[in-house]
Write a protein that binds this ligand. Structure first.
Ligand SMILES: NC(=O)c1ccc[n+]([C@@H]2O[C@H](COP(=O)([O-])OP(=O)(O)OC[C@H]3O[C@@H](n4cnc5c(N)ncnc54)[C@H](O)[C@@H]3O)[C@@H](O)[C@H]2O)c1
Length: 335
């Protein structure tokens, strides 16, 4: 590999802008080689962000064959996953994919198989794993028995339907709020308590007048039973603009941890009134990007905390919840 790690991007929307702004654009060991988006203007906007470096494409196959990158960022909306990953896997390239890794389990399983077969380095955008607060709670849980947790994403939802909000409110494009957004909390729940065995979900609909194309649920409550016997209740709402936010409250046999807000600041309660507070750090995307770039250079995992396998498991939980919302029945997980 040359001195710099040569990166190419498939999908150049808002999340790529954030990765670049939070640190990636200043990595001096990275060559920004190419930008691919169906909307050429979005690819051009990302190129501008890094001072005009890299070529622009609207066809991922052409880009990969011409540029021959060392690693690929796949930053697509849920409904668009599958074809890009297959092109990248055929070329045996390491890739970073934003969450959620797919809108359906079939696609995620196929990609996971390709990743395993080719032993590819992968990263998934579950940046919360890289936070000090999360690492500390995980460490404390090692000597505890997990019991219950509850948390989720509560908000008012979009007030207009432009940009990402156009696809976000369509169930067949985003997969719904639980799959698309609360996926961060699904992943965190797994990271702290382990694999999930059973999912039961209730959907809340019809709370507000909506345009015809608005097909996601207004809210949902999802119950998880972990393989070790612990349980979680994860909630999502995009119809309650007052008193919401992001949180996760976790209880084990000898501790409680309260994660609050997007930065997952935590207050940990221990026996005898002892408390530990850890603030969330800014620019968290830079941490996962550093781990990915280091891993591409090394040809093996150098600090990536969420791999495609984790993306597959979070998707399996979300798809089970979607199925349960439809049938009213609990779903056993086979992944
Ligand atoms: N980790 C996080 O906290 C976080 C935050 C925001 C978004 N995301 C995730 O990132 C993903 C992308 O979100 P976004 O906010 O960038 O959306 P976006 O709509 O701003 O950008 C998506 C881009 O992909 C392009 N695109 C769609 N299909 C394509 C294809 N087949 N080939 C090439 N380009 C294609 C679109 O033209 C658009 O420019 C979503 O899955 C979202 O959940 C993650």
């Amino acid at each position: 590999m040359a001195e710099k790690v040569k990166l190419a991007f498939i999908g150049c929307g808002g999340i790529v802008r954030q990765h670049l702004d939070q640190g990636l654009k200043s990595f001096d060991d990275v060559e920004f080689a190419a930008w691919c988006d169906l909307k050429e203007e979005n690819a051009a906007a990302r190129r501008e962000q890094v001072g005009g470096r890299g070529d622009i494409f609207t066809d991922a196959r052409r880009m990969l064959d011409k540029i021959r990158p060392d690693g690929v960022y796949i930053m697509l909306p849920p409904f668009a996953h599958g074809p890009a990953e297959k092109l990248v896997i055929q070329r045996r390239l390491p890739f970073f994919v934003e969450k959620p890794v797919a809108i359906d389990l079939r696609t995620a399983k196929q990609i996971a198989q390709g990743v395993r077969k080719n032993r590819l380095v992968t990263a998934v955008g579950y940046m919360t794993r890289y936070r000090k607060s999360v690492q500390r709670v995980r460490e404390l849980l090692r000597s505890q028995t997990p019991v219950i947790m509850h948390g989720g994403w509560i908000g008012g939802g979009p007030s207009s339907y432009v940009g990402i909000w156009e696809w976000w409110v369509q169930k067949d494009k985003s997969g719904g709020q639980f799959l698309e957004q609360t996926t961060h909390t699904i992943d965190l729940a797994r990271y702290l308590f382990g694999d999930v065995a059973r999912v039961y979900a209730a959907a809340v609909r019809g709370r507000k007048p909506r345009p015809k194309f608005y097909t996601i649920e207004d809210a949902s409550m999802v119950q998880l039973q972990f393989a070790n016997g612990a349980a979680a209740n994860l909630y999502s709402s995009c119809s309650t603009p007052v008193g919401g936010g992001i949180c996760l409250h976790v209880w084990a046999t000898g501790m409680k941890a309260e994660f609050a807000s997007w930065d997952h600041s935590v207050r940990i309660h221990l026996p005898d009134g002892e408390e530990i507070a850890i603030a969330g750090e800014p620019n968290i995307f830079a941490r996962e990007d550093r781990a990915f770039v280091d891993s591409v250079r090394a040809g093996k995992n150098q600090g990536i905390l969420a791999t495609y396998e984790d993306g597959l498991k979070a998707t399996a939980i979300a798809c089970a919840a979607n199925e349960s919302m439809k049938t009213g029945q609990p779903v056993k997980l086979a992944v």
